[in-house]
Design a protein around this ligand. Sequence first.
Ligand code: ADP
Length: 194
Amino acid sequence: MTEKVKTFVVLMGAPGAGKGTQAKLLQEQLNLPQVATGDLFRANLKQETELGKLAKTYMDRGDLVPDEVTIAMVKDRLEQDDCRSGAILDGFPRSPAQADALNDLLEEFGGMINVVPFIYVDQEVLIARLLKRAEIEGRADDNEETIRNRMNVYKESTAPLLDYYSEKGLVVKLDGDRPVDEVNNDLVSVIRGN
Ligand code: ADP
């Protein structure tokens, strides 16, 4: 029996754009698991694994965890059984090296990127959202200094990936400064291709 091609949705957007919120909704709607690198690091941190301890030093500053470590963690996650049909990638890839690694992984797994939805939100709105999340969730990296650094890291390392995926005709830009369900409706249409 030939295996079905795995489909991957790569959610792009700056910190605070709503990738996590949308990925959680999409899990049910698409019947694909959300693979969120930030959540995977935070789970490791909570369990005090070596990976968690290492990641913490970078996360606290708002820097990217080194590619090698991140890529190995994602590979491990994508090899799990619930990813047999694909996954919704949230927060990965975040650097050109990670995008290359994802290509290699897709080749290895027999997968393809279906679409790259880019959730766009103005920087001022993003910063306000992240500061509000800091009050509600108390995430250690949601303080003003770290937020600014995360924005810079996003612009320098992650935003260039939009050009890379645009050249492949995969990017669809969505206005993320709207109610969650409106963004979600658009996302579902975009992913289902209508
Ligand atoms: P946000 O999108 O709000 O920045 P995340 O939960 O996705 O939040 O990420 C939190 C932190 O986890 C990042 O600032 C970074 O330190 C680390 N991280 C997440 N994804 C990656 C990745 N793909 N590569 C390297 N570091 C990552």
